[in-house]
Write a protein that binds this ligand. Sequence first.
Ligand code: UN1
Length: 498
Amino acid sequence: MVEQVRNFIGGTWRDALSGETFVSYNPATESELAHAPRSSVSDVEQAVEAARAAYPGWRLTPAPRRGEILYRVAHILTERKDQLARLMTQEMGKILAETRGDVQEAIDMAYYMGGEGRRLLGYTAPVEMPNKFGMALRDSVGIVGLITPWNFPVAVPSWKMLPALVAGNAVIFKPSEDTPATSAAFVKVFEDAGLPPGVLNLVTGAGEAGAALVNHPDVRIISFTGSTDTGIKVYTQAASLGKKVTLEMGGKNAIIVLDDANLDLAVEAITWSAYGTTGQRCTATSRLIVQSGIKPRLVEALVAKARTLSVGDGLLEATHVGPLVNAKALEKVERYVEIGRQEGAKLMIGGQRPSSERGYFYTPTLFTEVRRDMRIAREEIFGPVLSLIEVASLDEAIAVNNEVRYGLSSSIFTENINAAFRAIRDLTTGIVYINHGTTGAEIQFPFGGTRGTGNGMREAGLVGLDSFTEWKSVYVDYSGRLQRAQIDTEAVLRQTNS
Ligand code: UN1
């Protein structure tokens, strides 16, 4: 049955004002999964109107009460975890174990940010005058716009929505056009948890709705996760309107394997970080930087392991690797594999579609003899394609890791503690793993990357509120007179010299 998705604006579920819809497909079967509103400027305007009406009341709702609603969100998500995971698998393809993990990240985040309802910590510090008090408070900002991708359709919006809401903002959520049904099911959880109408609004659609959000003068913050091309456009436009922006874009993450690594452990980690989620994570491993001594054994073990992976519909428990999200994503992978071949890299396994009549499937692929300057060593492919670059030393491995335009995640496999600490110090990515793949970040630590991955902001963790709050510094003078700082420099010097 094809589901009818609606926008959620001011607490009611509605079609687009134009009545137009678009289709969301199941990438494993290519069948229609849902029809959703193709929102335009006027739908976004309605959502902003609803958010503007809801904001003053939400802002003044005591933060511990806001936090309690987030705890209810966590409970309902826990109850609906399997249901949401199944819908997500059908809508964007990744396997059930991964879609359950996606929902779990949102549950974790709801508890974590629910707790912020009783913290939202600011600080006090001494001030220069007697009978005077100073403090710094976090304040909400107003209306926040979220533009989010299809690869983590519940987890990634949760990193944005939950801190934004607990801090007292009103939110407009524009999810990827590949996952409108999952997004609506996620928003329904907030409705059922008792979030007041208008505090969270959903507008589905494509670029037009996203652009309307970025352009609307009353939307003061844009939090974006997605492709580098779109992210830079969003950033440029939002900056010209003086908005605050949080960006999380591409990755070209590497695992370094030194000669002394635990081979079995490295093979497991590489396999899941490179081919899990069909390589469609911004944290996925797409480069392997391998020291010469271990290379032959590692390649042999990786090829053997890749042969055991079953590619298919993510709803089947036996599947390891689901489809790519859509035809365009599949074409991009095919194009890059062709580029790799032409550049002279050696295809060890994969490099083709499995024989299936339907679905955007692609077999796990490994290239060796990849040079640092090849496009497959530098550009984000976002699919199950791994490029192996051979190096002589730890120094060379670190240099290769750091030279790409992205800086999200990196990892090193070594049993040598000195090498591990050198890597921690010198790998210039936002996330560094030791003896673990490049995926699997936890919500209590900052998430984000250096260089072209972002704009210096981080999501989640202790700093997760920074994107959605403004600092307000407050001075209270209770001396009853106008006190002015007068530092008698000469007197200070006389005292110091005596
Ligand atoms: C993403 O791909 O955008 O660290 C997010 C991980 C997950 C989140 C990935 N926890 O792989």
